[in-house]
Each structure stands twice: as structure tokens, then as C-alpha cells.
Write a protein that binds this ligand. Structure first.
Ligand code: PMP
Length: 355
């Protein structure tokens, strides 16, 4: 019997997303853009104080308290917020809910590789306009007819941030389709598209607790948009997907949102380390587009990226490398602590000197 024939066609043809390695031993882990600092102290307390007996019960499917906390934080109404199991879950829900046209959706080539996976999986036609030479999105490419738009800002893996005027230009030319701005790294960058929500009811902004809030392990993401669109997301969630947030994530998420001072302290520290890291990398001869996320996308004109990647890995320093054409000579380096970055730079210095 051809077992294959029973498998959904879309799954058979999809090229699955390949996540960065998650080594379980102690390494210097600069490969999946996690935060090197722990979550806010209140998160640990909430985890410790969590009543064991509550684990018997299902969590609140509407995630009311976390939704309230986020609405408070961003000065929006509660019905403008949708939470999910990491922003990957939220983004997948958005693809499923909003990209439903015969016309192709648009997202950049190069960008977060999950977009292509979801488009293939849900059979959404797509086109991918190339980034320019400097790895910037060319906004004119997004002025043609389309079935929806998604792009990360800052983009991944390039770390290039486009300012609010740029985002607004794209919105201005695309008022009849849904435009999703994936702001996984916005807290390290600049102004958020959230400022444009009142003006553009077709805008959805997606953010995460995985990066600036140090909670990748908790899997919390959210979308903010106009209530009509958020309602559709909730309808889709309850129809297609049985996931609700788990109780520890709900309880801890609230604490993370409330601690504004800690959030600022950690993001400031990472931005400071990033700026210092840029100088160090430049001195070592690396080149990179200006990085505004918690990572730098760097190439060295004289050294093979794959070789450097392997040498670093052997040393227990994990960075990210892709074997795809245009970016084969690049490494994506997450900003760790200053100590971790120092170990990386010292190793690179030795390695480059002896090559
Ligand atoms: N968007 C972008 C651009 C990302 O790089 C990532 C993290 N890999 C995500 C979304 C998903 O993050 P999470 O599911 O952890 O919220």
C-alpha cells in the first residue's frame, strides 16, 4: 500500500522549516536570537508561587489576564489583542485567516523562512521581491496588486530596520489587503508600527516574548490590530487549533509585561553590547548591514563563512549559517553577554590571524 498517498499533499511537498540547533550541553549559544539574560524576577516568583493544584484545570482559553496586561501596556483596547503559543503560532494563524486571495501575497526574498513554509502548507500563492544590494526592502515592489503583505521589521536574518515612514508608505499603497508587520525584534530597533494602527485598520502587528522579554521557552506571542481582525483570529484559533496558552506561560507572561524597568534595563544592555560588537567585528574585517536587532548578519571578504561556522562550532560557539545561495557567505550572530561576545571575538581574532 502506498502510505504516502494518505498524507496531505501540502505536507508532502512542503520543505519544512529548519530550526537552529538547540544543543543541550553548555555552549556559547549565539544561533537562535535568544536573550542571554533571565526573564524579569517576577516571572520566577510567579512560577514558584503557582498553585500546584491549578495544573489540574484547563487554562483560561481567552487568556483574559494576559490580554488585559498587554492592552494596558500598549494603550490599546483588550479586543485589539490576540495571544498565542509563540509568535510562530500567531503568524501561522494570520496566514490561515487573512491570506485567502487568488492573488499572490508578497514577502521579501530574503526573510524569515517560515513564511514560505506556511504559504506552501496553506496553498497560498506568493511572490518574493528581492532585497536590494544593501539587503533593504524596496518598497515599490509592494505597490503592485497582491493578496496581502508580510515582512519582519527589523528583517531576519539581515537585522535591517525600516523606519516608520517606510512602513506607512507600504500601508498607504495597500489599503485593501491585510498588511502584517512581524516585529519580533522591534524592541532593539526603533519606533513600532503600532503607532499606525489608528490610521490603518488593515494593519496587524505581531510581537513576541521570546526575544526582548527573555521567554523563548515559555512560547508567548501576540498580535495587535483592529477588533474586527482580532475577532477573526480568535475564530480561527478556536476552529482550527486546539492550542491555548498553558497556565505557567499565562501567569509568567503577565509578570514580564508589568516589569517595565527590567525590560528597559535588559534591552538597553543588549543594544549597548550590539553597538560595541559592531565595532569589534569591523576591526576584524567583517562587513554587515547596519544591525538593529539582537543579532548581526556578517560576512568576511577573505574567509569562508561555512568554514568559520564549523570552526566556531568545534569550539562550542554556536552561530547560524545557511547554505542558501545569496547568503552563503554570511553568519548570523546573536548578541550574547559581553563576556560571551568577548570569547567569540578572541577566537575569531586567533582564527583569522592563523588562516
Ligand atoms: N518572526 C521572526 C522574524 C523570527 O525571527 C522569529 C523567531 N525565530 C519568530 C517570528 C518566532 O518567534 P517565537 O515563535 O519564538 O515568538
Amino acid at each position: 500500500m502506498e502510505l504516502n498517498a494518505n498524507v496531505l499533499k501540502n505536507i508532502r511537498r512542503v520543505e519544512p522549516y529548519v530550526p537552529g540547533e538547540q544543543p543541550q550541553n553548555k555552549v556559547i549559544k549565539l544561533n537562535t536570537n535568544e536573550n542571554p539574560y533571565p526573564p524579569a524576577p517576577g516571572v520566577l516568583k510567579a512560577l514558584k508561587d503557582l498553585e500546584y493544584d491549578r495544573l489540574r484545570l484547563y487554562p483560561d482559553p481567552a487568556a483574559e489576564e494576559l490580554t488585559d496586561a498587554l492592552a494596558d501596556y500598549y494603550h490599546v483596547k483588550k479586543d485589539q489583542v490576540f495571544v498565542g503559543v509563540g509568535s510562530d503560532d500567531v503568524l501561522a494563524m494570520c496566514f490561515l485567516t487573512f491570506f485567502n486571495s487568488e492573488k499572490p501575497i508578497l514577502f521579501p526574498d530574503i526573510t524569515y523562512s517560515f513564511y514560505k513554509v506556511w504559504a506552501e502548507l496553506y496553498r497560498i500563492p506568493y511572490e518574493c521581491p528581492s532585497l536590494d544590494e544593501a539587503f533593504c526592502i524596496q518598497k515599490e515592489d509592494y505597490y503592485k496588486e497582491n493578496g496581502g503583505i508580510i515582512f519582519p521589521n527589523p528583517n531576519a536574518p539581515t537585522a535591517v530596520y525600516e523606519n516608520l515612514e517606510f512602513v506607512e508608505d507600504i500601508l498607504e499603497h495597500n489599503q485593501d489587503v491585510i498588511v502584517i508587520v512581524d516585529e519580533a525584534y522591534i524592541d532593539f530597533a526603533g519606533r513600532s508600527a503600532l503607532e499606525l494602527l489608528d490610521k490603518y485598520p488593515n494593519l496587524i502587528v505581531v510581537q513576541t516574548f521570546s526575544k526582548a522579554r527573555s521567554m523563548a521557552g515559555m512560547r508567548i506571542g501576540y498580535a495587535i490590530g483592529n477588533p474586527e481582525l482580532i475577532k477573526y483570529l480568535n475564530d480561527a484559533k478556536y476552529s482550527f487549533n486546539s492550542y491555548t496558552m498553558n497556565l505557567p506561560s499565562l501567569v509568567c507572561g503577565i509578570e514580564a509585561v508589568r516589569d517595565k524597568a527590567y525590560f528597559k534595563e535588559v534591552t538597553d544592555k543588549i543594544v549597548e553590547t550590539r553597538e560595541w560588537s559592531k565595532k569589534e567585528l569591523k576591526e576584524l574585517g567583517f562587513q554587515f548591514p547596519d544591525a538593529k536587532a539582537n543579532f548581526i548578519f556578517a560576512t568576511h571578504p577573505e574567509y569562508d563563512a561555512e568554514e568559520l561556522f564549523q570552526a566556531l562550532k568545534k569550539e562550542g560557539i554556536y552561530v547560524r549559517h545557511w547554505n542558501s545561495e545569496r547568503i552563503r557567505q554570511y553568519l548570523r550572530i546573536t548578541i550574547g553577554t559581553k563576556e560571551e561576545m568577548n570569547i567569540l571575538f578572541n577566537f575569531l581574532q586567533e582564527k583569522l590571524k592563523n588562516s
